[in-house]
Design a binder for this molecule. Structure first.
Ligand code: ZN
Length: 62
């Protein structure tokens, strides 16, 4: 098994970890209802994908 030969300093470790970023999900607007949705997903608001309605969205009673 490959093992690290030398221990890196705290500074070096923390500099490496400083480049970790949270993943920000890409958000597009739905071409049908213009609500913000995730790309390559069926729209949660109107149930359409690629301008085709493929899911029926049940209206929530509030
Ligand atoms: Zn939509």
């Amino acid at each position: 098994m490959a093992n690290p030969t030398h221990r890196h300093t705290r500074s070096r470790r923390d500099k490496r970890r400083a480049n970790w970023k949270g993943q920000i999900p890409n958000i597009i607007t739905c071409p049908e209802c213009h609500e913000p949705t995730l790309p390559h997903r069926v729209c949660g608001n109107c149930g359409s994908y690629k301008k085709k309605k493929i899911l029926e969205v049940i209206e929530k009673e509030s």
